[in-house]
Design a protein around this ligand. Structure first.
Ligand code: HEC
Length: 358
């Protein structure tokens, strides 16, 4: 599993653009970082579990609707089996009882012993938890109460970037006229291109990024004919995200569009076993807030109130619940963060913030 300590910060002064398939080169000559065009952003997301809350995983080496995990592999990654329930999202692979989520076969990890264990996540960089959208589970599956703090790739304005399973290494298959990707693909999934990436986000290196050439004949008029790829996978925006910071509506669309996960950390405990207010769990959650609100809660991001001065958990809970459920007029990044919190997490983090008052 990737940890932040393994990740080196790369500061890049000038990035040269060299034809198709080449890396952006680090030309850190003057030692000055240019403004970044990419960012590592965070969200708190639930993941797919079975009815005993055991975690389920996908395998990057599988093809759509086809498992490539052989008998040896299955000793470590047992198949998640069941039957069709009429759900469009959860279906068996044809002729088997191996269940898949939106065409991606599902597995357990043998080392996960207790509900809530996520030891399989990012093993060898090819096994991943499924951050399924709400409402896409069936009677055999559920979304976890435990959340993952997922760090994913965005542009500098925190607009989410996605990869497309139907692309091959360094080649985009998303054009408006492509029947296989659905017509209008490029209009719905605009390409991400920048001639100079500037300082790269934590968790990435210059070698991760390449520039690919798009088919100039098929490319949409007025759109870039080049595209940035991450580890060979071309990057796209999603139009329904509406250019909003931290909107991630494109994740798992049709089972073939995905956020680029840079890091993942479990936060808090399974809230089903900690029903009371829990300032310890809240303290853990608050590690995601301190960058803007400061450790002592006295920061004023975007003119926010000093939440560390409120001292009343109920009042803080009310503010967070308003942003989670309504959010009108509130900062969209903060609203996105509040929406990512479960009711229990709001209780926990509010209880902790209230203790900050001196
Ligand atoms: C990226 C920066 C950022 C992070 C991270 C962040 N906040 Fe905020 N927060 C803001 C901004 C900006 C506002 C001002 C919102 C507004 O009034 O529009 C705010 C406002 C608030 C408010 C006051 C809301 C109100 O109606 O006055 C609370 C409570 C709050 N944040 C709690 C949290 C908690 C809890 C976390 C972590 C889970 C968190 N924030 C993480 C930027 C951030």
């Amino acid at each position: 599993m990737k940890t932040l300590t393994q990740i080196t910060m790369v500061s890049v002064a000038t990035l040269a653009l060299i034809g198709c398939g080449d890396s952006y080169k680090d030309k850190n000559e003057d030692g000055v970082s240019k403004a970044s065009t990419l960012k590592a952003s965070n969200r708190n997301a639930a993941f797919l579990v079975d009815t005993d809350t055991m975690s389920l995983y996908t395998f990057d080496k599988d093809a759509l609707n086809k498992s490539n995990c052989d008998a040896e592999c299955q000793k470590i990654w047992p198949l998640f089996e069941g039957a069709n329930t009429g759900s469009e999202d959860i279906k068996v692979l044809e002729g088997t009882d191996h269940l898949a989520y939106r065409k991606h076969p599902l597995y357990y990890f043998a080392n996960d012993k207790a509900p809530g264990d996520v030891l399989g996540n990012n093993v060898k960089d090819v096994w991943h938890l499924v951050h399924a959208p709400a409402g896409s589970t069936d009677s055999q599956t559920a979304l976890s109460k435990t959340l993952i703090k997922q760090t994913f790739l965005t542009d500098k304005d925190q607009r989410a970037l996605y990869t497309f399973d139907n692309d091959t290494n360094g080649v985009s298959n998303c054009y408006d006229s492509t029947p296989t990707s659905g017509t209008g693909c490029e209009s719905i999934w605009p390409v991400f291109y920048s001639a100079d990436l500037g300082a790269l986000p934590e968790g990435t290196t210059a070698a991760d990024f390449t520039v690919i050439n798009r088919d100039a004949v098929r490319a949409k008029e007025g759109e870039p004919t080049q595209q940035v790829a991450y580890k060979g996978k071309p990057l796209y925006y999603f139009t329904p995200d509406n250019k909003e910071a931290l909107s991630t509506k494109g994740d798992w669309v049709k089972g073939v569009w995905h956020l680029v996960e840079l890091n993942a950390q479990k936060i808090g405990d399974d809230t089903t076993s900690t029903p009371t207010n829990n300032t310890d769990a809240g303290k853990q959650i608050y590690t995601n807030c301190a960058s803007c609100h400061r450790e002592d809660g006295l920061g004023t991001p975007g003119g926010a109130i000093k939440i560390g001065e409120v001292g009343d958990a109920g009042k803080i809970e009310e503010l967070l619940n308003f942003m989670k459920n309504d959010g009108t007029g509130k900062n969209s990044i903060m609203v996105g963060i509040a929406k990512g919190l479960s009711e229990q997490q709001i209780k926990d983090v509010s209880a902790y913030i209230a203790t900050l008052k001196k």
